[in-house]
Design a protein around this ligand. Sequence first.
Ligand SMILES: [Zn+2]
Length: 202
Amino acid sequence: MTRRKALVVVDFQNDFAHPAGSLFVAGADRILPRIDSLLCSAKGRGDLVVTTQDWHPADHVSFAATHGLPAFTLRDGDITWPVHCVAGSWGAELVAGIAPSQVDHRVLKGFEPGIESYSGFGGREFTGAAAGRNLEEILRESGVEEIDVAGVATEYCNRETVLDAVRLGFRVRFHTSAARAVDAAAGERAIAEMAAAGADIV
Ligand SMILES: [Zn+2]
């Protein structure tokens, strides 16, 4: 089935979007109704729906604890994080408000100990097999040319996913009311960068 459009919901997982999550993005719980509205519209139109999820081993390179550092310390220029979204844990699951029946493809990323990927395009589909399709393959093979992007966090995984999508030639619409940043000012800078790259900001 050829579907011209897709909705990509970025990292709307308990550790980021539930107040009890280990790396809760302030206000992310309050955008669930907006995410739900995008999901319902996408399903109503017959668009493809893809979610991305951080899916880390317990000793992932992005974790401060892996290096014996306090969380948020810079290491080789990269911020290190509290332990989050460990594969199979509650924190790694999509928030309960997203029904599995609403999702066509789940793309997991950062599942190898030494590899970090903020971008959904660095992930692969969850199939139970070692090597599922990556996000670009899923979109191309479904005939998708336009994608709507929403989720968290704006200056990290939203930013990288949107910029990669534009580079790959997709038309991209970023939904600011269905997204949240860790740091508001950094989020605004990321949105300006997305717009400069050619994404539509709505
Ligand atoms: Zn992560």
